[in-house]
Design a protein around this ligand. Structure first.
Ligand code: MAN
Ligand code: CA
Length: 264
């Protein structure tokens, strides 16, 4: 026998089963609602056209972009080429400017060297002139007389020819050498007998000046040189001041005044 509770349970199971089958039916309907109905052939074509159009659009856009990119790059390229050419020209200008500057610099260097050489020459000349001036001042202070490029000094004592010469040498000079009529005339103003720088001690008859040169223009007094009384007269003095030709040969050991000459 089925109890009341059992009957109740059975009827609720029934109700549940009916609910489940009702929900199944409902869900079947909703699935069918969402099922895409099989496309018609016209629809397919339509989709194909839309897709193709889309692809064409993308292609067009890609072409546009690549074309613009090409143009942009080309313009950029042209700009760069122009810039490069500009830079090339600027560089060439710089190079030529630098070359001319280098040439100018070298020229300046040469001029500078010339000027330096000129300055050195002038400095040397200046020193030389200073020395000469100092020498002039020195000889004038010592009482020497200037005549035609030389200073002359008459001694105040008498010595042999050799000692006379030594005295001149100690004063930076030597016995007088007479090279011209003017110098001969100048020498005749001193009224004492005076030794000059002429002798034939090395070779008899070969008259030589103290600077080693041979006698060319001579001013012998008449009858001289004579080696008077075979006294071996090897040195020369000015003896006859009142005559144009005033020279006499005399023994070198004799003591006379003497005249020194310093060529300037
Ligand atoms: C002196 C010396 C000589 C000279 C004769 C000339 O004796 O001066 O050297 O030659 O006079 O008479
Ligand atoms: Ca003589």
């Amino acid at each position: 026998m089925v109890s009341f509770e059992e009957e109740l349970e059975i009827s609720s199971i029934h109700e549940n089963l009916e609910d489940v089958s009702a929900r199944n039916a409902a869900s079947r309907r909703s699935v069918e609602d969402f099922k895409v109905p099989a496309a018609a052939p016209g629809m397919k074509m339509y989709r194909l056209v839309v897709v193709s159009f889309g692809l064409l659009c993308i292609l067009q856009a890609a072409l546009n972009i690549s074309l613009r990119l090409t143009l942009y790059l080309e313009a950029g390229c042209n700009n760069l080429t122009e810039e490069r050419d500009d830079l090339k020209r600027t560089l060439e200008n710089y190079v030529s400017q630098q070359n001319s500057l280098t040439e100018e610099r070298d020229e300046m260097k040469r001029i500078n060297l010339d000027l330096e050489a000129g300055r050195n020459l002038l400095t040397e000349e200046n020193h030389g002139l200073k020395r000469t001036l100092e020498e002039y001042a020195h000889y004038l202070q010592q009482g020497w007389v200037y005549f035609s490029g030389s200073f002359y000094r008459i001694s105040s004592t008498m010595k042999t020819w050799q000692d006379s010469r030594r005295d001149c040498q100690q004063r930076g000079a030597d016995l007088m050498i007479i090279n011209s009529q003017e110098e001969q005339d100048f020498s005749r103003q001193y009224k004492n007998i005076i030794w000059i720088g002429l002798m034939d001690r090395d070779t008899e008859g070969e008259w030589t000046w103290v600077d080693g040169t041979q006698l060319t223009t001579s001013f012998w007094y008449s009858g001289e040189p004579n080696n008077y009384l075979n006294k071996n007269e090897d040195c020369v003095n000015i003896n006859h001041h009142d005559h144009q030709n005033s020279w006499n040969d005399a023994p070198c050991e004799n003591e006379y005044f003497w005249i020194c000459e310093k060529k300037m």
